[in-house]
Design a protein around this ligand. Structure first.
Ligand SMILES: CC(C)(COP(=O)(O)OP(=O)(O)OC[C@H]1O[C@@H](n2cnc3c(N)ncnc32)[C@H](O)[C@@H]1OP(=O)(O)O)[C@@H](O)C(=O)NCCC(=O)NCCS
Length: 155
């Protein structure tokens, strides 16, 4: 059983350590991080999952971005501790935050990730949406109302 709670300032470095553990070294050099530089995350959509003894098992954060003139939500990073992967926690974090995002009025969500994982939530490739280089366009995925929305993704 996991308890989901909004990330608090005291959780910050623990979440950073989890991301360092789960992602390849140099994760902050990825182009998606340039969209996060100097921009506050959407606090209501930064969630930690702890098990019953309080150990951090997973975390997800989101940032606001622009695509052309339109607002969008950038999902991620999301990570689950290697000892807890494959139990459905990653899916639960994604689905929980997509529900919260809808309730908060976000109509479109963007991410850079594997279509083979995110397809299960309904994410599809966004051909007209340009992440800062270098980003593999096949990994730029979206969910929600993307009709007529295209262009460069900016902070
Ligand atoms: C991706 C991640 C968050 C998934 O968390 P999780 O709790 O293991 O996910 P779930 O238990 O909900 O789902 C597990 C399923 O996803 C699949 N999966 C995990 N990562 C995948 C990937 N990158 N591509 C395709 N499938 C993937 C698993 O093979 C498993 O498949 P199955 O359901 O057919 O057995 C976790 O593996 C992780 O932290 N990875 C390292 C960080 C990362 O890559 N984050 C995502 C950035 S795009």
């Amino acid at each position: 059983m996991y308890h989901f709670a909004r990330e608090q300032p005291d959780d910050h470095w623990e979440v950073e350590a989890l991301y360092d553990l789960c992602f390849a070294p140099g994760r902050e050099a990825l182009s998606s991080y340039r969209l996060r530089d100097g921009v506050a995350p959407v606090a209501a959509l930064c969630v930690v999952a702890r098990d019953t003894d309080g150990t951090l098992a997973g975390a997800i954060r989101h940032w606001p971005v622009h695509v052309g003139e339109s607002r969008a939500l950038l999902l991620g990073p999301v990570a689950v501790h290697p000892t807890r992967q494959g139990e459905g926690l990653g899916a639960a974090l994604v689905e929980d935050s997509l529900g919260r995002a809808r309730d908060l009025g976000w109509s479109r969500v963007l991410l850079v990730g594997d279509a083979s994982y995110y397809g299960r939530f309904g994410f599809e490739r966004l051909p007209g949406v340009e992440m800062p280089p270098p980003t593999n366009p096949d990994r730029v995925l979206g969910l929600g109302d993307w009709a007529g929305v295209s262009g460069k993704v900016t902070r």
